[in-house]
Each structure stands twice: as structure tokens, then as C-alpha cells.
Design a protein around this ligand. Structure first.
Ligand SMILES: Nc1ncnc2c1ncn2[C@@H]1O[C@H](COP(=O)(O)OP(=O)(O)OP(=O)(O)O)[C@@H](O)[C@H]1O
Ligand SMILES: [Mg+2]
Length: 285
């Protein structure tokens, strides 16, 4: 499902006053089936951008289209209901929102709320548990008895159980150990590849951007200052320093090899496997 922002501005109501535009004239087209990294400094508007996509925040001017759903300043209730069904939102530290006595009840909450019948609920609980790689043995356990990584997967399963076409996740790897983080990001990548879900994640980790995503969207003070395919973005890696971003480890490694061997490889590698293959192809290994 594609997402289009047309000249969107948005702010928040803070008591009697409105804030400055936290989203400031954003026009961007996110194609269906892409996996986009949303990056930028704290306060840049990343979370606000995600909230606009599922109608948690409404634009003050402009138009957002999610598939054929239209969101404007005063969106119709029907459009809001529709968009919340199509866009699954995974907040930061989603495990903090687990609440039910059992894993099953927690995952079933979303689909029940959306009016699925009992048979559909049972099926989607099972399917989503499978999608996040957890065994049905844990269905009757309390979510609070699980590890942090498992809890996060249960929280993700709860969103997947509502069968969204678009998945937006705010720092899905934050606070997990490296292995837990890798598992959750690989899982999200699989949903993108196999189920053709359109995915947006907020991340600060340039290694994850290189390894998992195919598009990069950089925000600064409410504006989108760069929206590019990940590969072409890293091909001009000088611009990373302009944006104050770190180089992914693999590109740093490639640079070191090139310098020490006095060579120039024909393209930038985004994963370690790619770098190894490239070195072999170019007969440097
Ligand atoms: N509920 C709110 N009420 C008022 N202002 C808000 C609210 N949420 C965010 N803001 C303001 O909007 C601006 C953008 O915030 P947002 O949370 O979108 O940034 P972010 O890029 O996600 O930052 P971070 O990396 O810290 O999560 C900030 O100036 C923030 O203070
Ligand atoms: Mg944020």
C-alpha cells in the first residue's frame, strides 16, 4: 500500500496554545512494498511522521493518502477507522503496553476490537505467533513471565494479528541485546519481503539502515531533507558526514581495505556478505 504526503504541516495542541509546525511542508511518496528507514536527530519529527500515517495525529494543512484512504485536517471517522485497520503501529517499547493475563488474550485484543469473529481471531492469533517465530506453548503464559525479546515479539504479534498492509515501527530494536535486535529486525524484513508489507522504521543505527532497508528518509526540524534509495544514498557516502550521520561498519571496513590495499571497489557494500563477494569477484581475496 503506497503512502503519499502532499504539502503536509502538523502541530500539537499544548493546552491553550499550538506548538510550531513539528511537520513542516512535507511532500513525499513512499512506494508500496518498500522498507524505509526514518532517521534524524531527536525532536526532528520522526515519531510525528509515523503518527500521521495512522491517523493518531492529523495534519493542520495538506493531504495524506494511504492507499485510497484520504486524511486531511478534519478526517472523516470512516477514513480514520479504515486507516487504523490498514496501518499497524508499533510504538517504542511496545511491551510496556502488554496488559492481559495471557499471551493469547493480549494478541487477540486487536482483532477482537476490529470486529473479527472468534474463528478469525483464533486463526490470526495462531498465524501472527507463527510470523514472529514464537511457539504456541506460550499462549497460556503471562506475557510478564517472558524475556524482553519475547515480549516485544508478542507485542508485534498483537499488531500483525489485525492483518495490516503497512507496518510502522518506532525504534523496534531499542533496548534489546544485539541478538534480540537482530531477530526482530530480520523478522520485520521477512514481513516486508514475503508478505509485501510496506514498512517504515525509525532507527538511529546506520548498520541497520544498510542491512535491512531499501529507502532512507532523513528528517530535520520537521522537514524531509533527503528521501533516497538506500544503495544510492550510501554510494554518495560523503553526504553522511554532511548530515552528521555515522558510516555503517561495513562501509568503514570497505574504506579501510581500499586505503590499505590502494584499490577502489566498483560499488559500496551494504552487508558483510556483499563485501566478501565483491572482494572475491574483483580478485582481491
Ligand atoms: N504530544 C506532544 N505534544 C506537544 N509537542 C509534542 C508532542 N509530541 C511531540 N512533540 C514535539 O514535536 C516535535 C517532534 O517530536 P517527535 O516526537 O516527532 O520527534 P522525534 O524525531 O521522534 O524525536 P526522538 O528521536 O526524540 O524520538 C518535538 O519538538 C516535540 O517536543
Ligand atoms: Mg520519536
Amino acid at each position: 500500500m503506497q503512502i503519499k504526503f502532499e504539502e503536509v504541516k502538523a502541530d500539537y495542541q499544548l493546552g491553550p496554545i499550538r506548538t510550531r509546525n513539528v511537520i513542516d511542508d512535507v511532500s513525499v511518496h513512499i512506494e508500496s512494498g518498500t522498507f524505509t528507514a526514518v532517521i534524524g536527530q531527536t525532536g526532528a519529527g520522526k515519531s510525528s511522521l509515523l503518527k500521521l500515517i495512522n491517523g493518531l495525529l492529523s495534519p493542520s494543512t495538506g493531504l495524506i493518502q494511504v492507499g485510497d484512504i484520504q486524511l486531511t485536517r478534519a478526517p472523516e471517522k470512516e477514513q480514520l477507522n479504515k486507516v487504523r485497520k490498514r496501518v499497524g503501529m508499533v510504538f517504542q517499547f511496545p511491551e510496556n503496553q502488554l496488559f492481559a493475563e495471557t499471551v493469547e488474550a493480549d494478541i487477540a485484543f486487536g482483532p477482537r476490537n476490529f470486529g473479527f469473529d472468534q474463528e478469525q481471531i483464533n486463526r490470526s492469533v495462531k498465524e501472527s505467533l507463527d510470523q514472529v517465530g514464537l511457539s504456541s506453548d506460550i499462549l497460556n503464559r503471562s506475557p510478564f513471565s517472558l524475556s524482553g525479546g519475547q515480549q516485544r515479539r508478542v507485542a508485534l504479534a498483537g499488531v500483525l494479528a489485525t492483518k495490516p498492509d503497512v507496518l510502522v515501527l518506532d525504534e523496534p530494536g531499542a533496548g534489546l541485546d544485539p541478538e534480540g535486535k537482530k531477530q526482530i529486525l530480520s523478522l520485520i524484513k521477512q514481513l516486508n519481503m514475503k508478505e509485501h508489507m510496506t514498512v517504515l522504521i525509525v532507527t538511529h543505527d546506520m548498520n541497520d539502515v544498510a542491512e535491512y532497508t531499501d529507502h532512507v528518509l532523513i528528517m530535520e526540524q520537521g522537514k524531509v531533507i533527503c528521501h533516497q534509495a538506500t544503495r544510492s544514498f550510501f554510494n554518495q557516502y560523503q553526504q553522511l558526514t554532511d548530515f552528521g550521520l555515522d558510516l555503517p561498519d561495513v562501509i568503514y571496513l570497505q574504506q579501510q581495505i581500499e586505503q590499505k590495499k590502494g584499490i577502489k571497489l566498483p560499488k559500496v557494500s551494504l552487508t558483510k556478505e556483499e563485501l566478501i563477494d565483491l572482494l572475491i569477484e574483483e580478485q582481491h581475496l
